[in-house]
Design a protein around this ligand. Structure first.
Ligand code: ZN
Ligand code: ZN
Ligand code: ZN
Length: 375
């Protein structure tokens, strides 16, 4: 028996996923899935291989036959020896000078109907399309059900990620002070994200004062001032690759009465959306729960993005918690609830937790207090 490897689930997990993926491919009336390095490949075989101009591609036949991996000889180690050995994948290796896209065709038949992962670069999609003579479709709708419904070991990973990022927020007083730049604060947060158990920091947003009004501001050399409201949105992956993503809003000193009042509405909106989550309701109804509450306080126009996004091996994945998405929520789905209010040129605020749908509601993997935290 090999020793416990926390970077992967057991071979049985990936074997079952590959079988289910083949079934779903068959149900979608396709002949094969073609998956290049990225979250879908990590989901199906646990491999962290990186995407390159040289083609690495998992071919999952709908027939249920053994999946193949077309791979440059020099990338075999990066694929993960355990992935290959444990799963009994058929290796079709190639060296420079060989046409790897033709190798994909040799595994399938001309005219095969395929689905490709959304991260496959055009430099592979186009030649594969040419060799097969058929236009692939997206694998995301095929794998949607599989990727969206987290099993207990995935939920456990999301809980560990949530606890790790909570520990970073708990230490914010060490990092965030007037007189420091956003970049200095972010460098300390980055180190803390790793120290608290992530393999890396995937994103660190420190939006102080007017920068808080830009939802995707990252960091700058702006010096944080007394009285600033500061949006801190941070996350990264924990083994085996599941992401944390949590936002809290801080204030240096005392907030004005207006800021405190508007923030209190945001806090209620975030809680209302969390309270709306349970199996059987639509994604858009959860978005509406937050939006309606802000609208009642005439703040809806300052909430300029969707309420949330799914999370797992990708930071942003299905289900999206957004107007127009009538997807019905099911137990095991995991996503963010992150309403925000943004006053251009002035200040902004956001509160973000990751929740997992349970039998009768949801569990938040983030446990830090939601209020405007005074530092
Ligand atoms: Zn985002
Ligand atoms: Zn976030
Ligand atoms: Zn998020």
């Amino acid at each position: 028996m090999s020793s416990h490897d926390e970077s992967r689930f057991g071979a049985d997990v990936y074997g079952a996923r590959l079988e289910r993926a083949a079934e779903l491919t068959r149900a979608a009336r396709l002949d094969a899935l073609l998956i290049t390095p990225g979250p879908d490949l990590q989901y199906l075989i646990g491999s962290r291989a990186q995407s390159h101009e040289r083609l690495t591609c998992l071919v999952v036949p709908a027939s249920g036959e053994t999946p193949s991996v077309v791979i440059p000889k020099l990338e075999l180690a990066a694929l993960g020896p355990s992935a290959v050995a444990e799963l009994g994948l058929r290796i079709v290796d190639w060296v420079d000078g060989v046409d790897p896209h033709a190798l994909v065709k040799s595994i399938l038949n001309a005219g095969a109907r395929t689905a490709v992962d959304d991260n496959m670069p055009a430099l592979h999609v186009l030649p594969i399309t040419d060799r097969l003579g058929t236009l692939p479709v997206s694998a995301t709708p095929v794998l949607r059900e599989l990727r969206m419904l987290k099993d207990p070991s995935e939920i456990d990973a999301l809980r560990r990620a949530g606890a790790a990022i909570d520990r970073v927020h708990a230490r914010m007083g060490e990092f965030l002070r007037a007189g420091r730049t956003e970049a200095e604060v972010a460098a300390d947060i980055t180190a803390a994200i790793i120290a608290e158990g992530h393999t890396r920091a995937a994103f660190v947003i420190v939006g102080s004062g007017p920068h808080g009004a830009d939802p995707h501001h990252e960091v700058s050399d702006r010096v944080i001032e007394d009285g600033d409201v500061v949006v801190v949105d941070i996350g990264g992956p924990v083994e085996p690759g599941y992401f944390s993503d949590s936002t809290r809003t801080y204030v240096l000193g005392e907030p004005s009465e207006e800021i405190a009042e508007q923030f209190a509405v945001l806090e209620r909106a975030q809680a209302a959306a969390v309270a709306a989550v349970r199996p059987g309701v639509t994604a858009e109804s959860v978005d509406a729960a937050a939006r309606d509450l802000l609208a009642a306080a005439e703040l809806a126009e300052y909430f300029v993005h969707r309420t949330g996004h799914g999370i797992g091996l990708s930071v942003h994945e299905e289900p999206y918690i957004v107007a127009g998405n009538d997807l019905v929520l099911e137990e095991g789905m995991a996503f963010s609830i992150e309403p925000g209010i943004y006053f251009a040129g002035e200040w902004g605020a956001r509160i973000e937790d990751i929740v997992v749908v349970t039998a009768d509601g949801c569990e938040s993997v983030n446990k830090r207090p939601h209020g405007l935290t005074r530092l």
